[in-house]
Design a protein around this ligand. Structure first.
Ligand SMILES: CC(C)(COP(=O)(O)OP(=O)(O)OC[C@H]1O[C@@H](n2cnc3c(N)ncnc32)[C@H](O)[C@@H]1OP(=O)(O)O)[C@@H](O)C(=O)NCCC(=O)NCCS
Length: 233
């Protein structure tokens, strides 16, 4: 799997490195961080966009993706077990993008589009959010258009993103919350190596009801990275 680093940064928070070298986030301790063993670093350092896999590109979301993402998120079947409302119009899509822009500007997350290489269309999204710098951890979210389920596509997208999260972004723990009824999402996480860590009762209020949620976690040390990739250097 090829991992390419684009020049676009997430609102200036992460600095990208076209060469693939790890650059420190804007900080006067940058030089010191670069000299540390990758496993000792505690901050994700650059936006890994675009990431390329066999069938997909995973890159930062753009306004031009919104019509395709409206198609994805306006399906009741797709969104029924998610903690947000089903989109009804382009106004919902625009409002979502505004929220994602503000999350990226705050440095607490990165929102990616999952793009089919054959059609060049956004067929879903995945994101890293609730980034906590001190603990080098973030939460993972994802959604795929109904027409694309069942072909291993989200597994492929998340494998690419997790690889980057644990290497060039230097995260050490990823978390995911899943509605207890969402068996396809739970299976996907388990196939990726996530461990079920607990039950969070009535964790979400979504679509007018309280939802029980399973918490999943994956540690960098548990992730099988190819030799020479660890730390992204
Ligand atoms: C959860 C979701 C992202 C899974 O997407 P997906 O692409 O179908 O999931 P995977 O990549 O794991 O694909 C695996 C499925 O494809 C099948 N498959 C077919 N070809 C495959 C291949 N080449 N490689 C792997 N799996 C393949 C598998 O058998 C598996 O089927 P199963 O789920 O019935 O066991 C999708 O159902 C979705 O968007 N749901 C709504 C939103 C949602 O719930 N998001 C998660 C919130 S926590």
């Amino acid at each position: 799997m090829e991992v390419a680093h684009a020049n676009r940064s997430a609102a200036g928070y992460f600095r990208s490195a076209p060469s693939g070298r790890v650059l420190a986030r804007r900080s006067n301790v940058g030089a010191k961080l670069e000299s540390l063993d990758p496993k000792e670093r505690s901050v994700p350092l650059l936006a890994p966009s675009p990431i390329e896999s066999e069938r997909l590109l995973v890159r930062l979301v753009a306004e031009s993706d919104l019509p395709a993402l409206l198609e994805v998120n306006s399906s009741e079947e797709v969104t029924s077990l998610l903690p947000y409302a089903t989109w009804a119009s382009m106004a919902d899509a625009q409002a979502w993008l505004k929220r994602m822009d503000s999350i990226q500007a705050s440095g607490s997350g990165l929102q990616f589009a999952v793009v089919s290489k054959s059609s060049r269309l956004a067929i879903g999204t995945c994101l890293l959010f609730r980034f906590e710098e001190k603990s080098a951890r973030a939460e993972l979210g994802y959604v795929l258009g109904r027409a694309y389920w069942g072909h291993g596509l989200m597994h492929e997208a998340l494998t690419a993103l997790i690889e980057c999260a644990f290497s060039s972004m230097s995260l050490r723990r990823l978390e995911a919350e899943v509605d207890t009824r969402n068996r396809s999402s739970a299976r996907l996480l388990q196939r990726l190596g996530f461990m079920k860590e607990g039950l969070l009762r009535q964790r979400w209020i979504a679509k007018g009801e309280a939802r029980d949620v399973e918490m999943y976690g994956l540690l960098r040390d548990e992730w099988p990275m190819p030799e020479g990739v660890a730390g992204g250097v």
